[in-house]
Design a protein around this ligand. Sequence first.
Ligand code: BGC
Length: 704
Amino acid sequence: MDTNLSIDERVEDLLSRMTDEEKVGQMLQVSYNMLSPEDYEKYQNLGIGSFLHVLGEDTEKIRQKAANTRLSIPPLFGIDAIHGHCLLNGATVFPSQLAMSSSFNRELIYEMGKATALEVAADGLDWTFSPVLCLARDLRWGRVNETFGEDSYLAGELGKAIIEGYEYDNNIIACAKHYLAYGEATGGRDAYDSEVTERKIREVFLPPFKKAADSGCGSVMTAYGSIDSQPITASKRLLREILKEEIGFDGFIVTDWENVRSLMTNQHVTDNLTDASKLAVEAGNDMSMNTHEFYECMLSLIRDSKIDINFINDAVRRILRVKFKLGLFDNKQRPDRSVIACKEHKELNHKLARESLVLLKNNGTLPLKGDIKKIAVIGPNADDVRAQYGDWTFFSHPVPKENVTPKTDYYTVLRGMNEIFGKDNIVYNKGCDIFGEENYIDKAVSIAKDSDAIVCVIGDCLAQNGEYRDRANLELSGYQKELIEKLVNTKKPVIAVLVNCKPLCISYLKDKCSAIIEMFNGGDFGGLAVAELIKGMFNPSGKLSISFPQHSAQTPCYYNQYTGWHGGQYVDLNKGNVYTFGDGLSYSEFKYSNLRLSKTTASADDIIKISVDVTNNGDMDGKETVMLFVNDVVSSILTPTKELKGFEKVFIKAGDTKTVTIKLPIKELSIVTPDLKYVVESGEFEIMVGRNTHEYLSKILTVK
Ligand code: BGC
């Protein structure tokens, strides 16, 4: 093939030489771990488009087989490298998406994407099923940990950063998933119907995917669920009309696991797989993840002229374009395997772990002072790397493994405390398990009584999170509450550290503990970063990307809800959340002053600059995330009283003042009207700039 041709020319040339079998083969992805040896042989010989969950040298074997097929079309290898190439034991495990979103640091997340891509590509793979752009607004949902939190703007910005990192230099492609409104399923149940309208979709759930498409994301994955009773897999409106035609997404769409079969077996919109395959392809899916029968079904549809061949050609064109772009036809040079968990990636991971921590409460106990000599480290998650890693590592995927230990260096909180404070100064007891009848609370309390401070590491575990694992009860499980109460009763300062996949009900901790540090799933360096924060070796800068309820039944509690006109409060709860999006303390006090707008009257096409001076009044250098919220004062439909529209993270030396400027394109202020038009309505907008949703300066902007 002439390599001087453009990618589009090469795609057309190849397409024109392909048989129907070869075309449909490209549209199938099979899961390596699910194949019998016979099937494995069969699919290799067919020259199918993609394999998932293959690792390392196995990719080479499959690639060789593909090279021997008639047209030698290379397969695309996909993997869930969603917080590092974590299905490979030995690769870097970064903080989970939820944890890293607390950093509000686009640059670090971009670098994390780049590092992950290098490790994935070095392992012979081409494609990560990441980022998750679902919004975690219902905390019961099992996959909250996989998201960038509850806010659409933040998810879009961090999604763009990670996608650009993944796709840098065409090392691999990204996959924005799960399209669409998957996290919004009724009752917080995984893979269920989301009762949202197209207007709401356009306002809240679509923008992060649009940003992903605009930043060149190579693929999008169709969610399991349905929206307003239509399976997303079969939604021509969502996939073909909105994503491909209106937004202009030019990558390819892959279904989620067995989505085609699910149209028949779970969603019952058809009673046979041939119709299911037809529905899926006509709707706009280009590749079927599993549902192996898809191959035969599509061929029979083509033979019987029951499907427009243009749909097939369009799908194959999109898949081939990505393969050419990645250099798979041109003897792609891959990074050396020595990049996997290399020193640079460890350093980056350590930085990200530090910036991902959120200091939620500090009564002055932190950083620990010199008179604290002996520290009791207590709690079920103090030394549990599985809980700390969270979901989507080799521990849990593609198949759960019990007897395996990480090959990389990792720090639980216990190890971090031992190293930072010296082993001789640390005593440890687990106290209790996350579940279960057994507990060792008496022993834990007795060692705590002999200490000067207590670090109590609690939270949740893998069995309470992930697919099929939604929770109705967000209270601390097992004996954890009793443990923390008894530790508080010792009257020693208790520093609670949360290692968890989602917000839990922590009012008690807020009332009684001296300090609270939220780690979520902090990856290899989470435990070290916690110990360093406790010691004051860096200034915490993380802020919550998700809100914490007082009670399980208070969910959803995301910050940008309408006020409600009957008070919006439950009679048996206090008003408000325990912690809200944007909350997070520093060891410094940041003072905001002199808010100014480059224009106070603007029109829809303007981009205005909003500036504020931020002074670090503390003794420590530190980073601060400046947040811009907007309130559309009078609008023809309801709008929240605060909506994030910009943020910047800046480093400010102790005593210094920095001017922070955020650009606001007035188009960002558009609403989606009931007839689905994007309109910037004239009138007043309150511009709020500050630390979080409740500490800010404000000014009025008039849009003409
Ligand atoms: C999940 C996806 C994932 C896929 C492949 C599905 O069960 O919903 O997020 O990418 O499996 O592992």
